[in-house]
Write a protein that binds this ligand. Structure first.
Ligand code: G
Ligand code: G
Ligand code: MN
Ligand code: NA
Length: 253
């Protein structure tokens, strides 16, 4: 369809550009890192959201190329921040199921970190639970362990919306749980959503994982999350996704 054609064009013309959304300690306001989100630059219309090429994420060649271009852009920016004495913390990128198809994804990423001289501690991989289902859990698990050994953290994205979440937590080296924004948007009004956040915070505590609330849009949500013990947040209330030119990590030290 036309969305696939558009996605191919984006890949061929290398139009991908990462935007950065901060991950915030909601007690202090400190920037702990950020998530790199795919945007692309239409030659006439300007910056476009990924929705316009979303079908591409499920098409193996295109998805792999999109991740590769994101990685390239992110490492270029990360290297620049580090050279300027800034502390970007952890920068996360989203991986697609197709990235895990050839068994060498972790290897390729780690080699690229190396060639950009970016330490693994500044990098994180986000996967959704659907990646385990699409790809075969063993194959994905192998890649995640490879990342973990190298010091790259792994985040489970959209947590709570997928299948078999608890099995994944027990078996795989997951460092971060990102609570899906569907549980966050009414956390201050819906007792059920608050109970889910509470449970995920406790689960994270038990397994020694950081818990991040996604899609924090209001101060009331932030306060409620803090009361539930969820300290780290991401969302429009805390910081919008911004291009490299507008995103300023804190100074080191
Ligand atoms: O930014 P926006 O809300 O439009 O993103 C829509 C969807 O695209 C989200 O589900 C998000 O996870 C996904 N997405 C954004 N950036 C990337 C990326 O770099 N790779 C993959 N695979 N998905 C991404
Ligand atoms: O699936 P993933 O969590 O990677 O998707 C993140 C997407 O959510 C990004 O594309 C980003 O644009 C969007 N996003 C980030 N913060 C908020 C928010 O506070 N509210 C809403 N509705 N979307 C958000
Ligand atoms: Mn994500
Ligand atoms: Na998410």
């Amino acid at each position: 369809g036309s969305m696939i054609r558009m996605a191919r064009q984006v890949v061929a013309d290398r139009l991908v550009t990462p935007f950065y959304q901060p991950r915030i300690d909601m007690r202090s306001g400190r920037v702990l890192g950020c998530e790199a989100l795919l945007r692309w630059h239409h030659p006439r219309l300007g910056v476009q959201l990924p929705g316009s090429i979303a079908a591409g994420f499920h098409h193996s060649d295109i998805a792999v190329a999109l991740t590769a271009q994101m990685l390239d852009g992110v490492l270029t920016d990360l290297r620049q921040w580090l050279a300027e004495g800034l502390d970007p913390g952890r920068v996360a990128i989203n991986a697609a199921a197709a990235d895990f198809a050839h068994g060498d994804f972790a290897d390729r990423v780690l080699r690229q970190l190396d060639s950009f001289a970016v330490p693994a501690e500044h990098f994180e991989i986000e996967v959704t639970e659907s990646v385990f289902l699409d790809r075969g859990a063993d194959e994905v698990a192998r890649a995640l362990r490879h990342f973990a050994r190298a010091g790259v953290r792994v985040a489970l994205d959209d947590f709570g919306t997928g299948f078999a979440s608890l099995t994944h937590l027990k078996q795989y080296p997951v460092d971060v749980l990102k609570i899906d924004r569907s549980f966050v948007s009414n956390v201050d009004q819906d007792a059920g959503d608050a109970a889910i956040v509470d449970a995920v915070v406790k689960l994270g505590g038990t397994f020694g994982m950081e818990v991040v609330a996604e899609g924090v849009e209001t101060e009331a949500q932030a306060q409620c999350l803090l009361e539930l013990g969820c300290v780290v947040g991401q969302g429009f209330h805390l910081g919008r996704p911004q291009p490299f030119s507008a995103f300023h990590p804190p100074k080191r030290g």
